[in-house]
Design a protein around this ligand. Structure first.
Ligand SMILES: *Cc1c(COP(=O)(O)O)cnc(C)c1O
Ligand SMILES: [Zn+2]
Length: 397
């Protein structure tokens, strides 16, 4: 297996043991903790100009800070997404700048591609022939796409309430799709069962593979570079399993250690009140979440009632002096429409939790008038345009 020079091993976030990535593929063999790729940053010399001189063509342009060399990557030029200025909304919110990191411009229309490009590359490096996961929809579609590109089989377990586009595209990519009645937890159980029957399948599941959050840290690298190395005061992120949030916080700490930036952006988790285990835990001052018994939100991507990485998410929020906010589904859908009408940008209904959360944080006086606020648009609106259209219909439009 070929890895990059600075990638020194997989560290368990619970027991602290380090493992050789050639030998260990998923969770900690000692304690089942989450494994985190670690880099010897002293061995990396990366100047701002040097980074800026590279073509802005893919997240793999930060190759020395990723686990595998770019020439080995299963890639479709994911990442390198636009950071779009939103002057009208900045005025509305009373902040200096509001920008939207538009992850809808990825190969399968969401930031899940950043995780799957690295996870599927790892699967190939480990000699896997089949990848498997349960997902709310977008990660399943992304896994099917990257597996197709790598010539692997993908086994994807989606809940019946996943969107039509996500289910259809798993089929179109040639994936083996299982639609499970119920919600994400039911899909997760079916996936677990199938893994027991097929021990040779290689999971590319959230925080089961060590590589998805590591790929998603590039969203932070890009954002900072696109702001000419200014660190945003706040990054508002629609939070489900927290892969992207944990990844971005990790990316900020790496850039800080490399001397490329000298502070951390405040990370804010935005959720729906229908399923807000992270917001509840943050407000209670807890170090770990309590599972939500009856999750109920139309925002499928953030309907994660039992996020196993909550200690990492909560630590990121506190360490970065950020926060957490929940708003109602109706406000969230309204926020998507508002962004589409005020700025023209198409944000998915799940991602609108971040926009809605940013509006709420501004109303609470959380931001200063000169602040730079970044909202993550984790996926494009047109994958689930029906949800936004129904919202308009419910208002008689
Ligand atoms: C998966 C997903 C999320 C939640 O992502 P996490 O990083 O797991 O918190 C948010 N928005 C969209 C569109 C998603 O597909
Ligand atoms: Zn461990």
């Amino acid at each position: 297996m070929e890895t990059t020079d600075a990638f020194v091993g997989l560290v368990c976030v619970d027991c602290g043991a380090t493992f050789d990535p050639a030998a260990v593929t998923h969770r900690c063999p000692d304690c089942d903790g989450i494994l985190d790729p670690q880099y010897d940053l002293d061995s990396v010399s990366l100047a701002r100009d040097e980074v800026a001189d590279r073509p802005f063509d893919s997240m793999w342009r930060y190759g020395e800070l990723l686990p595998f060399p770019r020439e080995r990557a299963v890639t479709m030029y994911e990442g390198a997404t636009a950071l779009v200025e939103c002057p009208e909304l900045a005025d509305d919110l009373g902040v200096g700048r509001l920008l939207l990191k538009d992850e809808g411009r990825n190969p399968t229309g969401t930031f899940k591609d950043r995780g799957q490009t690295v996870a599927v590359t790892a699967a190939v490096e480990h000699g896997a022939e089949d990848v498997a996961l349960a997902s709310a929809g977008n990660a399943g579609q992304a896994a099917a796409a990257y597996a197709a590109r790598a010539g692997l089989d993908a086994h994807v377990f989606l809940p019946s309430r996943a969107g039509f586009t996500q289910k259809a595209m798993v089929n179109v990519h040639g994936g083996d799709l299982t639609v499970v009645g119920g919600r994400i937890g039911d899909a997760g159980e079916a996936f677990q069962q199938a893994m027991e029957d097929n021990p040779d399948w290689y999971p590319v599941q959230t925080f089961v593979t060590p590589y998805r959050h590591d790929g998603k840290k590039t969203m932070l690298y890009e954002t900072v570079e696109q702001l000419d190395w200014e660190v945003p005061d706040a990054v508002v992120y629609p939070t489900g399993g927290g892969v992207g949030l944990v990844g971005m916080h990790k990316g900020a700490k790496e850039f800080q250690e490399l001397g490329l930036i000298n502070e951390l952006p405040g990370m804010y988790a935005a959720q729906s009140t229908g399923c807000a285990p992270i917001v509840d835990a943050f407000e209670a001052g807890a170090e770990v979440h309590e599972a939500v018994e009856h999750p109920d939100t139309i925002c499928g991507g953030v309907e994660i009632p039992d996020p196993g990485a909550s200690p990492l998410i909560l630590e990121a929020l506190r360490e970065s002096d950020g926060g957490a906010v929940a708003t109602d589904d109706d406000e969230i859908l309204e926020a998507a429409v508002r962004v589409a009408q005020r700025e023209g940008l198409e944000i998915g209904h799940t991602c609108a939790a971040a926009a809605s959360g940013a509006f709420e944080l501004a109303a609470r006086g959380e931001f200063g008038e000169d602040d730079t606020v970044v909202i993550l648009n984790t996926g494009t609106a047109n994958k689930n345009a029906d949800v936004l259209r129904s919202h308009l219909m419910s208002k008689g439009v």
